[in-house]
Design a protein. Structure first.
Length: 379
């Protein structure tokens, strides 16, 4: 174990990842980010379809897009700090600049709509504690009893911020100890949830002790392996991991008993998918598809904004009685996916990027000469 975690003289993965311009550019990670965002949008079509009267089967396992995001986050945090002496506050500042501005803006939009025209949010009502907690990434129940922030999709950011806090503290330690520190903390929290917390109903304690946080550890583990000089792998293995991961997620969504750990049903297969994609990048198997790369850039904006788009589109769709037309539900799905994508890209160019530029002060890159804002998977 100690040998596996031992620090290398240099993170060999960065050498492999260099392109002609000398920058780290992980195309397959960008592809994964775009795919993960689209999967989440697809899952959130279903509540709107229910309001139109549809109550049939839906591909709920597409929610694994979130698990892919978590694994990617763990991987990227590891490889961009490996064997680097990073200031904790500088790390926190970078993470805050990357995550908070757009989230606060869209949360403020949701709060404003909640106060001015609550009927547009369909199921939301104002609660001061929940609103304040949403801005500061604390998990609290909303008026419906669900542990969700005002901007519902922000529940994932609560976990991201918790991961950043713990990972930042681990940066005070040598690289050799960072992985073990984060693992012990998250494993301890998860064990409390496994053995002492009733997870059959939503609660703040159940949320904080969810084993979903171990998906960050899985991503870090992939990073530890991939920054070693003696790693193994092949393009064939990459394809096997991706196909196997997708198949397992789909299969377990059908056969896994209710209440089965999300870590097992979606987290571990998501880690296989991420590892497979990284292997494909390492061996230059896939072509560089610029529009997929750009979609990956915009994935955070798509993720945060699509709930507004689908809610508004659903109400227009029903008001025009388009849901009553033959194929109306299918049409809504197609238009919903396309509109969410276009709006997300616009939000990225007109809001997310300008906000990051505004709040980002010039500073020494975490990985000199290797990381740029677009290419390093959204860092």
């Amino acid at each position: 174990m100690s040998n596996w975690l031992s620090a290398q003289p240099e993170c060999q993965w960065f050498q492999l990842a260099r392109r002609k311009d000398g920058l780290m550019d992980i195309f397959t990670i960008q592809y994964l980010r775009s795919m993960a965002a689209m999967r989440v949008v697809a899952v959130h079509l279903y509540p709107q379809l229910e309001r139109m009267g549809y109550n049939g089967y839906w591909l709920q396992w597409l929610a694994s897009g979130v698990d892919i995001f978590f694994v990617l986050s763990g991987f990227l945090m590891w490889v961009t700090t490996c064997n680097k002496k990073i200031g904790v506050w500088d790390f926190y500042r970078r993470r805050i600049v990357r995550i908070v501005p757009l989230y606060w803006v869209l949360t403020s939009v949701a709060v404003a709509v909640m106060l001015i025209a609550p009927q547009l949010l369909q199921s939301k009502s104002f609660d001061l504690l929940n609103v304040v907690s949403s801005y500061f990434f604390f998990m609290t129940p909303n008026p419906q009893g669900l542990v969700e922030p005002v901007l519902t999709v922000g529940w994932t950011l609560n976990y991201e911020m918790m991961f950043y806090v713990i990972f930042g503290i681990a940066l005070l330690m040598p690289t050799t100890w960072r992985f073990a520190t984060v693992t012990v903390v998250f494993l301890s929290m998860s064990m409390v949830g496994w053995f002492f917390v009733d997870t059959s109903a939503p609660s703040v304690l159940a949320s904080y002790t969810s084993d979903i946080v171990l998906e960050f550890v899985l991503g870090m583990g992939i990073g530890v392996w991939f920054t070693r000089s003696d790693k193994r792998g092949s393009a064939r293995l990459g394809w096997m991991l991706i196909i196997g991961g997708l198949s397992v997620i789909a299969l377990l969504s059908v056969i896994a008993p209710p209440g089965t750990s999300r870590l097992l049903v979606q987290g571990v297969p998501a880690a296989a998918i991420v590892m497979g994609a990284i292997l494909l990048d390492r061996f230059n198997v896939l072509p560089r598809v610029s529009w997929l790369h750009k979609l990956g850039d915009a994935s955070y904006s798509i993720y945060l904004s699509h709930a507004f788009v689908l809610s508004a589109l659903s109400q227009v769709w029903r008001k025009l009685h388009l849901d009553a037309l033959p194929g109306g539900w299918v049409g809504f799905c197609v238009v919903g996916m396309l509109t969410s994508t276009v709006v997300g890209i616009l939000v990225y160019h007109w809001l997310e990027r300008p906000l990051i530029r505004f709040f980002k002060r010039p500073s020494k890159p975490l990985v000199p000469q290797l990381v740029n804002a677009r290419s390093a998977a959204g860092l």
